[in-house]
Design a protein around this ligand. Structure first.
Ligand SMILES: [Ca+2]
Ligand SMILES: [Ca+2]
Ligand SMILES: [Ca+2]
Ligand SMILES: [Ca+2]
Length: 473
C-alpha cells in the first residue's frame, strides 16, 4: 500500500468531521439536537475598507439553529451586541457566508431547512441605516434541496451568490446577482451545462470591472468516473460565459491503480487580483493543485503546488493581493521522514505565487509537532502581507494559532497562540484582514459545556489582543 493511500483513510475521517461542522455539501437531515455538545457554530468574518468588520454565526436555541451577527467598529475596537438576522423557525439555519463591501454594507447567505428540504436564504446589512433587512429566499425551486451557498461582492458592492441545487437526481450550480444600484436581486441562472452532478461552488471578485470567477467540481461519469474542477467567469455587461474544465482530465493521477487514493477533485477555492487574474486551488489525488486565469490568455494548465508524494494533503485555501501575489495554505501529514510507515501529524503548509515567477516551494507555517495542526485559513492586507490561522492540538485541546508573512522582509513571523482558554476545543477558525493590516479572527470554542463564538483583533505592527466571547446566549 502506498503511504499516500494510507493517508487517504486518515483524511477520510477528517472529511466526515468537516462535513459535520461546516461542509454543508449534502442534504443532511437536521442534526439530532439531543446529542449536540456545541452551541454556537460556523462563524464567518469580514472587513470593509475602513477597518470596520462583521461576524455571523449559527446558534442553537434548544430547538433549532438561528443566525446571528455582530458588527466590529474600528474607532471603538468594540463588537456590537448580537443581532438575530432571520426570523424563520421552520428548521435549522446553517453554514452562513458573509461579504462586506468597501462602505460596510454586508450580504449574508445561508441554507435553511423548511423541515422537508434545505433552501437558500439571504439578508443584507445597510451601512447608511445601520440595520439588517428582512431575510428572503433566493430560490423557490422546491423539487429537491439546495445547499452550499457562497458569496462575493465586487468593488462596487454588487453581490453574486452561487449554490448547488438538486433536481432530485443530480445537482447543478446556480447563481444570483444582487444589483446595488437597484437594490434588487436579478434573475437566478444556471452557470454550467453539465448533465452530470456539479457541486461545491466557490466565488470571488476583486477587479475594477466588477467581474466574478466561480469554481466548482463536476462529475465525469463517462471518461474518468471522478469529479473534475470547473470554472466560469461573469463579465459585466455580458453575463456568464461557457464553463471551462481547469483540472487535467487527459491523464489519470499516478496512483489511479490504488483504490484508496481519491481521484476526485474536491474543496475548490478561488481568489482574484485587482487586474482580474484569478487563482484556483483544490485537492485531488491527495495532493494540492492550482490553476491560474490570466486576463487575455485564459486558464492555464493544472499545476501541482506541493511535492510531498508520501502523505496526504487536504483543505486548501487561497488569498490573493491586489498586485497578484498570492498565498495557498493547506494541511498535510508530514514528519520529514519519507517512506515512514507511521502516520505523522498534520502540519500547516503554504506556497506563495509571485507574478512573473510563479509558484515557489511549499514550506511550513508552524513547527509545533505536539499534535495535529489543521483547518488553515488565510487573508492578505493592502501591503500583500499574509495572515494565517489554524487550530492545533496541545496535548489536551485544540487551540487557535496564527502566523504572519511580511512581504517586505520575505519572512514568516513566529507562530503564536491567539487565545488562552484551555477549557475545551477550538474549532473552525476564520480570519479577515483590512487594507491597513489589522486582522480579525473568529472561531467556535467549547468551555467544556457549550461552544461559544470567540473573536480576537490584531493591530498592525503590534500584537493580538485578548480573545473575547461574541455571542450572549
Ligand atoms: Ca430561525
Ligand atoms: Ca428551494
Ligand atoms: Ca506541526
Ligand atoms: Ca486554547
Amino acid at each position: 500500500m502506498r503511504i499516500k493511500g494510507l493517508g487517504w483513510w486518515l483524511v477520510g475521517v477528517s472529511a466526515v468531521f468537516l462535513a459535520g461542522c461546516g461542509g454543508g455539501e449534502d442534504n443532511l437531515p437536521d442534526v439530532p439536537h439531543a446529542v449536540l455538545q456545541h452551541h454556537a457554530y460556523d462563524p464567518q468574518v469580514a472587513f470593509d475598507a475602513t477597518g470596520n468588520g462583521a461576524a455571523v454565526w449559527s446558534q442553537f436555541d434548544g430547538l433549532r439553529k438561528n443566525l446571528w451577527a455582530s458588527r466590529y467598529t474600528a474607532s471603538t475596537t468594540a463588537w456590537s451586541a448580537p443581532v438575530l438576522i432571520e426570523a424563520n423557525n421552520g428548521g435549522d439555519a446553517d453554514f452562513p457566508q458573509l461579504a462586506l463591501d468597501s462602505a460596510g454594507n454586508a450580504l449574508v447567505v445561508w441554507e435553511q431547512s423548511d423541515s422537508t428540504r434545505r433552501n437558500i436564504w439571504a439578508n443584507r446589512y445597510t451601512a447608511a441605516s445601520q440595520g439588517w433587512g428582512t431575510a428572503q429566499l433566493l430560490e423557490t425551486d422546491d423539487v429537491s434541496f439546495a445547499n452550499s451557498p457562497h458569496i462575493a461582492l465586487d468593488v462596487n458592492g454588487n453581490g453574486m451568490v452561487v449554490w448547488e441545487q438538486s433536481d432530485g437526481t443530480r445537482k447543478s450550480i446556480w447563481s444570483r446577482r444582487y444589483n446595488v444600484a437597484s437594490g434588487q436581486w436579478e434573475a437566478a441562472s444556471v452557470i454550467e451545462a453539465s448533465t452530470e452532478d456539479a457541486n461545491a461552488p466557490h466565488i470571488t471578485a476583486a477587479d475594477a470591472n466588477g467581474n466574478f470567477v466561480a469554481v466548482w467540481r463536476g462529475y465525469d461519469g463517462v471518461v474518468r468516473q471522478r469529479y473534475n474542477l470547473w470554472a466560469n467567469r461573469y463579465v459585466v455587461g455580458a453575463g456568464w460565459g461557457s464553463a471551462s474544465l481547469i483540472s487535467n482530465n487527459t491523464t489519470d493521477p499516478a496512483a489511479i491503480s490504488d483504490a484508496l487514493v481519491s481521484r476526485n477533485a474536491d474543496t475548490p477555492h478561488v481568489a482574484m487580483d485587482a487586474a482580474g487574474n484569478a487563482l484556483a486551488v483544490w485537492v485531488q489525488d491527495n495532493s494540492i493543485y492550482a490553476n491560474r486565469y490570466t486576463v487575455g490568455a485564459g486558464w492555464g494548465a493544472a499545476q501541482l503546488i506541493e511535492s510531498d508524494v508520501n502523505w496526504t494533503a487536504a483543505a486548501p485555501r487561497i488569498a490573493m493581493a491586489a498586485d497578484g501575489n498570492a498565498y495557498a495554505v493547506w494541511e498535510q501529514y508530514a514528519d520529514g521522514v519519507l517512506g515512514d510507515a507511521t502516520p505523522p501529524f498534520k502540519n500547516i503548509m503554504v506556497n506563495r505565487y509571485v507574478p512573473g515567477s510563479g509558484w515557489q516551494s511549499a514550506t511550513l507555517v508552524e513547527t509545533d509537532n505536539t499534535g495535529h495542526a489543521q483547518t488553515p485559513q488565510v487573508a492578505v492586507d493592502g501591503f500583500g502581507n499574509a495572515t494565517v490561522v489554524w487550530r492545533q492540538w496541545d496535548v489536551t485541546y485544540y487551540s487557535v494559532w496564527s502566523n504572519r508573512f511580511f512581504r517586505a522582509s520575505g519572512q514568516w513571523d513566529t507562530a503564536a497562540l491567539i487565545e488562552s482558554d484551555n477549557s475545551g476545543d477550538a474549532v473552525n477558525p476564520q480570519v479577515a484582514v483590512d487594507v491597513a493590516g489589522n486582522a480579525l479572527a473568529v472561531w467556535s470554542q467549547s468551555n467544556g459545556t457549550r461552544s461559544s463564538i470567540r473573536a480576537n483583533h490584531y493591530t498592525f505592527g503590534r500584537a493580538w489582543d485578548t480573545a473575547l466571547i461574541l455571542d450572549s446566549n
